[in-house]
Write a new protein. Structure first.
Length: 114
């Protein structure tokens, strides 16, 4: 698997190509954590257009990434998800967790309507 990272302003974009699995998940996690540690990142966009496979370890990696992104006060965006990844997240009931807007953002938007 390869990960290509670009940080532009407050957005860290990571393009994934290949298999997100037991022997490669740590590469993606390290790539995202490195971007977060640079500071100023408010959005992390992971592009899965070239993802070939995601196993259970890959899914666990995405859950770890989500936790780290939220802890950093940023938002995670999983873009161009292939059908296989979408199906895996639906069957494991993680799709909503991984793709939902953080509660604080939802409350901020609701407060604007008061």
């Amino acid at each position: 698997m390869t990960c290509t990272r670009v940080v532009d302003g407050g957005t860290a974009s990571v393009a994934v190509a290949g298999d997100l699995a037991y022997d490669t998940g740590d590469v993606l996690l390290a790539t995202v954590v490195d971007a977060l540690e640079e500071g100023g990142v408010t959005d992390v966009r992971i592009d899965f257009a070239c993802l070939e496979l995601c196993d259970s370890y890959g899914l666990a990696t995405l859950l770890m990434i989500h936790r780290r992104v939220v802890q950093a006060g940023a938002r995670l965006h999983l873009e161009n998800r292939p059908t296989t990844l979408e199906r895996l997240m639906r069957r494991t009931n993680t799709l909503g967790h991984l793709t939902s807007t953080p509660a604080a953002d939802r409350m901020d938007r609701l407060d604007r309507f008061d």
